[in-house]
Design a protein around this ligand. Structure first.
Ligand SMILES: [Ca+2]
Length: 181
């Protein structure tokens, strides 16, 4: 994020990055709320706060109370009254803090979590590769049946042909004998 201001970032999983949010310079009055900051080496890295010759940025890290702020995996505060909002702010940098850190990760309905996939998606994933195999098996069985039926038909006709031929031969023999008599 560089020279970016007045944006709202909400409903994101920000997980296992070197820097969850990287602020290079002059990015102010952005609002971050209901995001999950999980196991980033630096949850937020503001280069302006790290180096004195670069001006630091000031952003808003919560949506007030009772709406709340963000979930931070390294938040160590407690929740004595059990309202799901941490009792002490989550400190990021000077003038940057989440006043209402969430005690539990935000449940994001439209993006399945990789670590704990919902049951619906996992069954869909295991069902989908099986479907073409089942279809192929049915097709194979149908082909085998068709081949077997054809063979049966052809053997019947050849049998019929043989029987007809032998009957004609018998008839010929009979007429031959009758003529001799
Ligand atoms: Ca509380």
């Amino acid at each position: 994020m560089s020279q970016a201001s007045h944006n709202t970032f909400s409903g994101n999983n920000i997980t296992k990055n070197a820097a969850g949010i990287y602020i290079s310079e002059s990015s102010n009055n952005n609002t971050f709320h209901h995001n999950n900051f999980i196991n980033n080496t630096m949850q937020v890295y503001d280069i302006g706060a790290e180096f004195p010759h670069i001006p630091s940025s000031v952003n808003i890290w919560d949506d007030g109370y009772p709406s709340g702020g963000n979930y931070w995996s390294d938040y160590t505060g407690g929740d004595a009254n059990g309202d799901g909002v941490g009792d002490t702010p989550y400190e990021i940098y000077a003038n940057n803090q989440d006043n209402y850190p969430l005690m539990k990760p935000v449940v994001l309905a439209d993006s399945p979590n990789e670590e704990t996939p919902p049951n619906g998606s996992s069954t869909q994933k295991s069902l989908n590769p099986a479907l073409p195999i089942i279809a192929a098996l049915i097709l194979l069985i149908l082909v085998i049946c068709a081949v077997a039926y054809k063979k049966l038909q052809s053997s019947k006709t050849s049998l019929g042909g043989e029987t007809k031929a032998s009957i004609t031969r018998l008839k010929n023999d009979l007429t031959f004998f009758r003529k001799r008599k």
